[in-house]
Structure formats: structure tokens, C-alpha cells
Design a protein. Sequence first.
Length: 170
Amino acid sequence: MLYLCGPKIKFMSKITTVKTIEQDDKVSLYSICFSDNELSEYENFLVKFKDNAKLNRDFQTIILALEKIIERGALERFFRNEGRMKDNLCALSIDSRKLRLYCLRISDQILILGNGGEKVTRTYEEDPLLSGYVMDLQKFDELLKQAQKTNKISIENNLIVGIDTAIFEI
């Protein structure tokens, strides 16, 4: 709980699970899901931008990049680091720089897709919506590392073992 001069302000936590988006021998793609939404964050991104004429070129480029990742793996060259040195936060590296899809690149074989949006400010920190997506992924990244340390989940090759039944509170 956080107290600010006067009434108490309590920040609500979000119950989060993980959904498998794609899985094959080279790579597994996952996405986080909040309990108040049946769609994953990646699926929300798809719904939001699939019919956006202004950003269609960027959207198609992101989809093609994801197809390459499925084919070749989540290789470092496909991403641009976005977060802090200690986290796995990145964005798909596309040329236009208008549309962002934020991700957690766990390894060459595991990628957790988040949400994203149009970049209209110099940095994501200046945009409350993009900053929110980033903060959710950074918090989830911390919780994922904790779950590994306590053996609640484990990473084996292209799989996060135990993730399908894990519940996280962001």
C-alpha cells in the first residue's frame, strides 16, 4: 500500500497467465493474458492494428518478422533492446519506427509477446499507454525469473515447463 498525504491509495494488482501462441522445434511464442480479458496481450495488439490503414505497412512488417522468427528462432538480430540492462525487454526491429510490438526475448528459442502501439513520442516513457505495456512486461519478467529460482517453472530448450498452470500477480 502507498500512502500519500490524506486517503490511502492502493494499487490494484493484475492476475496474469501465459498463453502459447505458436510452438515448434525452433521456437515457442507465448503471450501474457490478464484475467479481465480473454485475449492475450499479443492478440489485443493484432485486433487493434490489423485493420489500421495508416499503420498497415508496419503491421505487415511485424507479422513477417514474426514469421521469420518462427522459421529461424528468436535471434538477437530481430530485436532492439528497449528496457534496462537486467531485463529481457525488447521490441521487434522494423525500419519504419512507427509501430512497436514489445516482447520479452528469453532466449533464441523462447519469446513472450506483449502489446504495443504507435510511437508518437520520442521515447516510450513519454507515452502512458506504451509505458504501461513496457512496465507490465518488465514486472512479468521479474516474476518469471523468481518462478525459475523457486523451481515453479523451468526453461528447457524451446519450452517454459509449468507455465501453462502458473498464475502471476503483476
